[in-house]
Design a protein around this ligand. Structure first.
Ligand SMILES: [Zn+2]
Length: 67
């Protein structure tokens, strides 16, 4: 595990998370995967929501959250 910073250059926001992956793209993919697959643990759901709310608080936004 190491830290990686996920950023959003549309909202000018960023968040640092612990990850096993080497890139922001892979990290974000694996944060979303269990939520979209429908079987997240409570911790996985909380992490997804935390990252999304920091980077982009709007559900209707098309920015893509991590970019
Ligand atoms: Zn947005």
């Amino acid at each position: 595990m190491h830290k990686i910073t996920l950023s959003n250059n549309f909202h000018n926001t960023e968040i640092t998370v612990l990850t096993d992956y080497d890139t922001a793209g892979e990290t974000w993919y694996h944060i979303q995967e269990p939520v979209f697959a429908g079987y997240p643990t409570a911790a996985q759901r909380a992490k997804y929501r935390r990252v999304k709310n920091v980077l982009c608080g709007s559900d209707d936004c098309q920015c893509g959250t991590v970019r």
